[in-house]
Design a protein around this ligand. Sequence first.
Ligand code: NAD
Length: 427
Amino acid sequence: MSERRKCNNILLDTALRDFYAAADDMHLDEGLISMLSYPERRLDVSVPVEMEDGSVRVFHGHRVQHSTALGPSKGGIRYALDVSGQECEGLAMLMTWKCSLAGIPYGGGKGGICCDPTSMTRKEKERMSRTFGARIAPIIGRWSDVPAPDMYTGGQEMVWIMDTICKMLGHFEPAMLTGKPVDYWGARGRTEATGRGAATCGLELMKKKGLDPEKMRVSVHGFGNVGSYTAKILRDAGCTIVAISDTTGTYYNPKGINIDKAFEYAEVEPDKRGRKLTGFEKEGCEKLGVDEALFVDCDFLFPCAVQAVINQDTANKVKAKYILEGANSPTTPEGEEILNDAGVIVVPDFLANAGGVIGSYFEWAQNLQGFSWTEEEYNKRLVDLMTDNFCKVWEYSQEHNKTMRRSAYIAAIKRVADILALRGVYL
Ligand code: NAD
């Protein structure tokens, strides 16, 4: 057996353990296992920023390309205090499986800056984004590595980064990143895409299990870009959203949350980050602890906030029978074992939240063509692709009596392995 990589970062550790378990299950060649355990490239950069008080702070940024076997690497850029090189490695690896499973022509990438964006001014964030863009510019490009927004970044950050790199290049290059504002080479439908994809998987799962959406009670942990649109689309499909949450707490109403009002509180458009659900209990909800949305009485749970929240200490408190991972890596392997033993069906992140990268692919394709699609066309293609992917994984899992996560891994790894067999080890 090849040497198995171990690490202290919980996200990378989870990604590696899930990968090894699936690779062993499918008897993947040991050389390939070793190759895919490491990113092809990791760039660590310093990001000096002149702060409003005149002082200079140096932030640490990263861009990781896990695999370019299938095409240019693709993945978001996040600003958060727990961002590290290893966390980006784990997230980039997940992106490889996500793009592979979705059948789109991308490898996996990820990046970010370790910072607290909520305590920074707009000017400080602009300087930080532009310097970071300049630092990672040598490895970014429409045919090499195509970033996108992630936690605490949105269209504004993408514009700052793209504008900086375009100035360095001396020409315009809109396909170098996605998640741009609609009026500036963005795509209509992209803002809602990840939530639409997660909701589509949830509704497909209800169909497979013969469940009526109008009788389903749903809890959504995290009311950011992913969680808010997941909740809205499921509400529109007839589900009762019994809980939503953000860093201010969980807001619970067994009769149903008023999602339109929640949007008014949270202003979840990507470029208006910072406002929260503060005070939302006034809208007829009970206010509970931040993570209680994971444990309230419901049928379907969508963890859409941060990683590792469903773990060995919390998994047995989850009451939902179905979990769809809107966030990346919200369940640890220990947590999933507890859920599997309890008969809970878990739809894994790189299937459930693939709407974002599929939507990014549509934006990139439009940019390359210099031609924009209608929102209807974008949404239809997104829902069709998500439905096909979900059904493919569901059928494999039923036929082979494997979990959805293991089935998704096997399909994703197989596509990468097949292409690597064609291309050979030298990449
Ligand atoms: P976001 O910043 O818009 O929203 C995050 C939400 O989680 C906010 O409501 C925030 O208050 C809450 N939150 C933050 N820290 C928390 C904590 N410690 N405990 C509980 N809640 C917390 O981010 P997003 O874009 O919605 O991304 C959420 C997750 O989905 C991340 O894991 C991200 O990688 C993943 N994801 C996002 C996209 C996308 O297109 N935005 C695509 C795929 C996966």
